[in-house]
Write a protein that binds this ligand. Structure first.
Ligand SMILES: *Cc1c(COP(=O)(O)O)cnc(C)c1O
Length: 231
């Protein structure tokens, strides 16, 4: 089955090697195939290979593809989520990675309650404070976690997500991942029954190996599976 399966074979090999290098177990790192701009046929090819989790960054794409991918698959919302669109995906996604404002958290809370579910979420941290990116800044992160924990009973904070600065050399990104891991560990102190920090979502096609070495538990990989995107 062609290129996508070959790419996945190679990716899997490199994930295993990164796990070995850092003394981690392969099953402790979840590969999320990022399927934005990809057709349902391409996604199904990845699912045939064994992919269980897919990530999209637009609500519209989730809506368009939802009924066209086959089998049991977990959808992840990894992109910026507008408050007025939460209602379209609340019952479709298994994890929202991109909570960066209390207003958004409150809307997810409201919709989760309507559906009688507890919505698992990650807090998106914009470590470098880049203006072009979403996510709360470092100072805001802890406050947001506490606010969500205390005011949104239908949410569960499962961890953190970050998109570090784009740098050609993956080694240059390592300090960002390392710092995110230390934040993640420190936030475990905030845990109560409404919060269990177990997910650290970081690492993309260019830097997933470094992210694994630094403690990622979910990596979000698109290009290395499906090839370059044409927007
Ligand atoms: C597109 C995207 C990815 C995947 O990027 P690749 O470089 O194609 O692997 C990961 N995370 C987010 C939030 C994205 O939008």
């Amino acid at each position: 089955m062609g290129r996508i399966h070959d790419n996945l074979d190679e990716l899997e090999q490199r994930i295993r090697e990164a796990c070995d290098r850092s003394g981690r177990k392969r099953e402790d790192v979840l590969l999320i195939a990022v399927t934005k701009t990809r057709t349902a046929a391409e996604i199904n090819e990845a699912l045939d290979w064994g992919i269980t989790d897919i990530g999209e960054n637009r609500v519209q794409e989730i809506m368009d593809k939802y009924d066209h991918v086959h089998g049991d698959v977990n959808w992840h919302m990894i992109g910026h989520l507008q408050t007025n669109k939460v209602k379209y995906i609340i019952d479709k996604v298994s994890l929202i990675h991109s909570v960066d404002k209390i207003k958004l958290a409150e809307e997810i809370d409201r919709r989760a309650k309507e559906h009688g579910i507890i919505a698992p979420v990650l807090i998106e941290i914009n470590e470098a404070g880049e203006e072009s990116k979403f996510g709360t800044d470092l100072e805001g992160g802890k406050k947001l976690i506490e606010e969500v924990r205390d005011n949104c009973p239908n949410l569960r904070i499962k961890g953190l997500m970050t998109v570090p600065p784009f740098l050609d050399d993956p080694e240059a990104v390592r300090p960002y991942f390392r710092h995110m891991k230390s934040l993640f560990d420190s936030y475990k102190n905030l845990e109560d029954e409404r919060m269990d920090m177990e997910v650290l979502s970081m690492g993309m096609s260019g830097d997933y190996e470094v992210a694994i070495e630094e403690g990622a538990t979910m990596i979000r990989v698109g290009t290395a599976i499906f090839g370059a995107r044409n927007y």
